[in-house]
Write a protein that binds this ligand. Structure first.
Ligand code: CO
Length: 150
């Protein structure tokens, strides 16, 4: 009995750290470091919309350790990160009006939260998407696969 309880706790802990289970809403945490709490995310096309709740649990301000959550096709990440750098903090480090950007949150600093809801209409099941932080220098480590199931 004690052994089973231990296993259940271990499994529960593992599940809490993974967002690979398909869902329509996600809570993602960031802090004063270059890492998202989710290594990857999986949604289903049947979700009419996707909600991402981004919470910065750190203390550093947005201009020093800001983070956002940006979604694009895999092939567009590098160019968007580079062009986003030029766009600057006022534009949330995202090129304004760029069709390669599927969705993005504003850049937040320590103690702040932001939320984003976008339609799944623009997502293609099976397409390779990546979510990343476009703050200068962050996208190399702050990125993960965004899977769209049919
Ligand atoms: Co970041």
């Amino acid at each position: 009995m004690k052994q089973m309880l231990k296993v259940a706790i271990a499994l529960g802990f593992f599940a809490a750290g993974s967002l690979s289970q398909a869902a329509c809403s996600f809570d993602v945490e960031v802090g004063d470091y270059l890492k998202f709490s989710a290594a990857d995310m999986t949604v289903e096309k049947s979700c009419e919309s996707i909600t991402v709740n981004l919470k910065h649990t750190g203390q550093l301000p947005a201009k020093i350790m800001g983070h956002n959550w940006v979604l694009s096709k895999n092939a567009d990440v590098q160019a968007l990160a580079t062009e986003g750098m030029s766009a600057g903090l006022a534009a949330d480090y995202v090129p304004p009006g760029d069709a390669r950007v599927v969705a993005f949150t504003s850049v937040i600093g320590g103690g702040e939260s932001t939320s984003l809801t976008f339609s799944t209409a623009g997502l293609t099941a099976g397409e390779g998407y990546t979510f990343f932080c476009s703050f200068p220098g962050h996208s190399y480590s702050m990125r993960g696969a965004f899977n769209v199931n049919s």
